[in-house]
Design a protein around this ligand. Structure first.
Ligand code: VGL
Ligand code: ZN
Length: 214
């Protein structure tokens, strides 16, 4: 069997998703040293960056009378409303200062269209627009991806599900992810959904051992 070439996909490790940020994921910053250790060992590392214009549809502030956490119907589908976060060029949209972004071969920005949200690193939520991540991985000869980052129950999950749909052998590195958990149990449910779709659930220690083998 061809073992293939693995890539690490680092999802949205940005200030606004870390404690003190606008859409803080509990303990989101704890993954940074883990992600850095992983990034040192992978032959290819790419990152995604949530990168919204100020008038983005996902911001509760852009819908009079709505609060973060409310769900609206938008172009026939549900849209969860969030606090204003990851506004293009803001400090909140920057990568966590301790994240070793120097390892990233490419950064794929998403959520840039004001009229549509984009959880997956591959496509927007209606799959109308590709970010270029798939094309880049294909051109780089990657056939297996390891996904980590923020948030487990949104952007990590949708990136993993799209990677599987695109035919990548896909693993999610549990201890290198943290979730939002709007509802209790959401984070565990997200891991179960990823596993049910065919993702392998792994731990960073096992991945590092595997990558050390000649
Ligand atoms: C995310 C909610 C809104 C994420 C991004 O990175 O998981 N979640 N925008
Ligand atoms: Zn967002």
């Amino acid at each position: 069997m061809n073992p293939g070439k693995p890539a690490l996909i680092v999802v949205d490790v940005q200030n606004d998703f870390c404690p003190g940020g606008a859409l803080a994921v509990p303990q989101g910053d704890e993954i940074v040293p883990v992600v850095n250790r992983l990034a040192e060992r992978f032959p290819i590392v790419v990152a995604t960056q949530d990168w919204h214009p100020a008038d983005h549809v996902s911001f509760a502030a852009n819908h009079p009378g709505k609060q973060p956490g409310d769900v609206i119907v938008w172009e026939d589908g549900p849209q969860i409303l969030w606090p204003v976060h990851c506004v293009q060029d803001s400090a909140g949209a920057a990568f966590h200062p301790q994240l070793n972004a120097g390892r990233f071969a490419r950064v794929f920005r998403k959520g840039t269209d004001p009229r549509i949200d984009s959880y997956s690193g591959f496509f927007d939520n209606r799959r109308r627009h590709a970010t270029g991540l798939h094309e880049f991985l294909r051109q780089s000869g990657v056939n297996q991806v390891y996904v980590c980052g923020l948030a487990t129950d949104y952007c990590v999950k949708w990136t993993v599900l799209d990677a599987l749909a695109l035919g990548y052998r896909t693993a999610v590195i549990r201890d290198a992810c943290r979730g939002v958990g709007l509802q209790p149990g959401d984070v565990e449910k997200a891991f179960r959904e990823m596993a049910a779709a065919g993702a392998e659930l792994v731990d960073s220690h096992a991945v590092l051992v595997l990558l050390c083998r000649p």
